[in-house]
Design a protein around this ligand. Structure first.
Ligand code: ATP
Length: 379
């Protein structure tokens, strides 16, 4: 991602927002590529809604410039910006039927023949057969689709979505995530989506900006953020990470570290900087990358894998997988997710186990950070 002027539909240059002495958004440079689905992801209060509202023109930035395409819109009122916003509360007109709700923007602009455009929009959101219902006769998910159709019919350059699925139950949320992604792909308009739900951001977005304390901690494609977190906040907020305090023992193509008496390896290019011997590091590995073997069978583990010993403290069966919590010299509360294929019945609380994984799946982080940043406990 660059901050150059080209190719971006939304470009924020040095944008910040302060309320008195409190800074809600630190000076921020951000380019949203044209036609992409972009998510601003973070916990409550991190500044994501304020950032979105500055793009919409609903909030004046304290410093900086908002560009839409090549146009500086910083001083334009919301209604003069080529953007539309869909909010969590659908804000449909209750007395108008679905057709008239969607036609609203066209009628306001004096467009006479609205039938074809409204029909196309309702087809896009798969509500063609509900045109003459009133909003209260639709489900929450259907109402939100009407809100999307009502915004898209204005052909905005950018569609802003502020927690649009927040009011829906989990199953409907999942359906609507796929539905919104389909709509975005079909219309090709840039979507900027604000959410606190990391799974939602990863499901839908091409690019995710993870925000924390008014700053963007890291920006990238979902898989890249997940596999290569650069901060403990991102490692813990996006899914779950096992972070182990370690010290560098040897360097080379692989870096060797000691952690709780164990020697672990990780690729040098997954370490921050070029850490020398004696440097403190946090080494991370995702729970699904780890295999569990009962200590009695430790000899069967292939050579060359990273291994850590421990005792099972807790297990939870969640259908598709079993989640284990393991305490040991490398750290307490290590998490392992094993698919439920062939379960070893000896893997119960109290059992001595070996955790092992491919060293290539290990990442390194600066030890100079809060190891718990971004976890639920830290929230
Ligand atoms: P949420 O998901 O809860 O909406 P958010 O990440 O979207 O959170 P913002 O709404 O952007 O966060 O708010 C960022 C910070 O700015 C919060 O600490 C909030 O209390 C503060 N804030 C927002 N609006 C105002 C205001 N008008 N006056 C003072 N402080 C404000």
């Amino acid at each position: 991602m660059t901050n150059s002027n080209s190719g971006g539909d939304v470009r924020l240059a040095g944008i910040s927002k302060s309320y008195g002495s409190f800074t809600a958004v630190q000076p921020l440079d951000l380019t949203v590529p044209q036609g992409s689905f972009f998510a601003l992801l973070g916990a409550s209060g991190c500044g994501k809604t304020t950032t979105l509202r500055m793009i919409a023109g609903l909030e004046d930035p304290t410093t900086g410039t908002v560009f839409l395409g090549d146009r500086d819109v910083t001083d334009l009122p919301p209604y003069k910006r080529p953007v539309n916003t869909v909010f969590q509360s659908y804000a449909l007109f209750p007395h108008l039927d679905i057709f008239e709700n969607v036609a609203f923007g066209l009628r306001r602009r004096g467009v006479k023949s609205v039938k074809k455009q409204v029909g196309d929009m309702l087809d896009l959101v798969q509500l063609g057969d509900k045109a003459h219902r009133k909003p209260h006769q639709l489900s929450g998910g259907q109402q939100q689709r009407v809100a999307v159709a009502r915004a898209l019919i204005n052909h905005p350059q950018v569609l802003l979505l502020d927690e649009p699925l927040g009011a829906l139950d989990l199953k409907l949320r999942r359906q609507m995530q796929l539905e919104l992604k389909r709509i975005q792909t079909e219309v090709g308009i840039t979507f900027v989506h604000v959410t606190h739900d990391q799974e939602e951001a990863m499901t839908m977005a091409d690019q995710v900006a993870v925000m924390n304390g008014g700053r963007v901690e890291q920006l990238g494609a979902p898989a890249d953020l997940y596999e290569n977190p650069r901060t403990t906040f991102v490692a813990n907020f996006l899914g779950t990470s096992n972070l182990i305090a370690a010290e560098v023992a040897a360097t080379g193509t692989d870096v060797v570290v000691t952690a709780g008496g164990a020697k672990l390896r990780l690729p040098a290019d997954r370490c921050p900087g070029s850490p020398g011997t004696g440097t403190k590091l946090l080494v991370g590995v995702r729970p699904e990358k780890i295999s569990l073997t009962h200590a009695d069978d430790a000899d069967s583990i292939a050579a060359g894998r990273n291994t850590v010993r421990g005792t099972i403290a807790d297990t939870s069966f969640i259908g598709v997988s079993t989640q284990y919590v393991i305490d040991g010299p490398a750290g307490d509360g290590l998490q392992v997710y094993e698919q439920n294929v062939e379960r070893d019945t000896r893997l119960v609380p109290g059992a001595e186990v070996v955790l092992h994984w491919n060293p290539a799946h290990t990442f390194g982080l600066d030890a100079d950070q809060d190891i718990d940043a971004g976890t639920e406990e830290a929230a």
